[in-house]
Ligand binder design. Structure first.
Ligand SMILES: NC(=O)c1ccc[n+]([C@@H]2O[C@H](COP(=O)([O-])OP(=O)(O)OC[C@H]3O[C@@H](n4cnc5c(N)ncnc54)[C@H](OP(=O)(O)O)[C@@H]3O)[C@@H](O)[C@H]2O)c1
Length: 331
């Protein structure tokens, strides 16, 4: 049996390019004790993958020559692990490939549910729905009378974060690039208003929409957008650092926000969070997220690129913003 995988061919300097990856074919070997063969069905395209391309990486380093690190869902084709059998749906660190051979202990069996397995990458997923839930409800503790701003609002985490804030009754302003994304946020995601950061100054647009300032900022982008929102916060505001996608090409040289003194002036707080530290809340998060999806209060559009050869294109798209909602590859 043959497997095709996307391997890291070299470490990028700054922006990643398709030439940092290449597609290789190999034989799938014999399964050892405790190992499972998985047919990968969907791969989650996540910003953390970019950071694994660097040598000193926060989320672990991908070795040059190895398959690019990625989370995914799939079906068990063969198993020499007691807890899994042929046909089971699973989630795990399957990497950018068509077939994955992994120790069974690294895979989570997905029980039958009303939602398809790929939802465990998107709306119910650790790096998407659960991240939005943790940031909005556990860190920001968003309330009905809050004015909430979300950056990269039309992406995976952002789309969920906006809707979770709306479900609490908050007023939500989404920041995204381009008119099409603004329309998507207002018409499909339910944002009250939007800011096109490519069109003009974010600070000016925000002060026109929220002249009294904002209570919560759920930031996925960092850089200038973080500074512009900090200049427009209300007394007692909560700034939640979910990510900083504008900075991942130079994580060792990030400059802090120059408007950080607004935190002292407005008695505000800024907290970073990592969803992995909220493990005790995962059952609650998945239960509430599932219920909202089933009730129709939460939906996450998907952008799926077909074929493992499309993995490099999809990863680049995450940074150029060519998708709306959850970006995935179906190998
Ligand atoms: N804290 C945690 O535990 C945790 C877990 C998972 C993910 N995250 C973070 O969540 C954030 C969103 O991740 P995601 O997977 O949902 O990605 P995503 O939002 O689906 O895609 C990224 C979006 O960011 C925007 N973007 C890219 N470069 C930008 C730039 N230089 N300036 C402004 N906007 C830019 C693009 O939208 P536009 O077209 O609008 O530019 C793009 O669509 C990332 O920062 C990620 O690191 C954090």
């Amino acid at each position: 049996m043959k497997n095709r995988k996307v391997v890291l061919t070299g470490r990028p300097e700054g922006q990643i390019t398709a030439s940092n990856m290449s597609l290789v074919e190999e034989d799938v070997g014999e399964l050892g004790d405790g190992m499972v063969l998985v047919q990968v069905e969907h791969l989650s395209i996540d910003a953390f993958i970019r950071t694994t391309f660097d040598e000193a990486a926060f989320h672990g380093t991908a070795e040059v020559g190895n398959a690019v690190i990625a989370l995914g869902t799939g079906r068990v084709l063969d198993s020499r692990f007691d807890g899994l059998q042929q046909g089971d749906a699973v989630f795990g660190p399957v990497c950018a490939q068509e077939m994955a051979v992994l120790p069974g202990v690294m895979l989570q069996k997905l029980e039958d549910s009303q939602l398809p397995p790929r939802c465990y990458l998107g709306v119910l997923g650790l790096t998407t729905g659960m991240t939005a839930y943790a940031g909005m409800l556990k860190v920001a503790k968003v309330k009905a009378d809050d004015i909430v701003v979300v950056s990269a609002a039309a992406g995976a985490v952002g789309s969920c974060a906006c809707q979770i804030a709306k479900l609490q009754g908050a007023t939500v302003i989404g920041i995204a690039g381009g008119e099409d994304k603004g329309r998507f946020l207002r018409e499909e995601i339910g944002c009250d208003s939007t800011i096109d950061y490519k069109k003009g100054d974010v600070g000016d647009q925000l002060s026109a929409l929220a002249p009294e300032g904002v209570d919560v900022f759920f930031d996925n982008v960092g850089g200038q957008i973080l500074d512009d929102v900090l200049a427009n916060i209300r007394v007692g505001a909560r700034i939640v650092i979910c990510g900083a996608i504008s900075q991942y090409e130079r994580v060792g040289e990030v400059n802090g926000p120059s408007n950080y003194l607004k935190l002292a002036e407005r008695n505000a707080s800024m907290s970073g969070f990592n969803v992995n530290y909220y493990e005790q809340d995962f059952p609650e998060m998945q239960e509430n997220l599932s219920q909202w999806v089933i009730d129709g209060g939460l939906r996450l559009p998907e952008h799926i690129e077909e074929g493992i050869d499309q993995f490099p294109k999809a990863l680049l798209m995450l940074f150029s913003g060519g998708h709306k909602g959850k970006l995935m590859v179906a190998p």
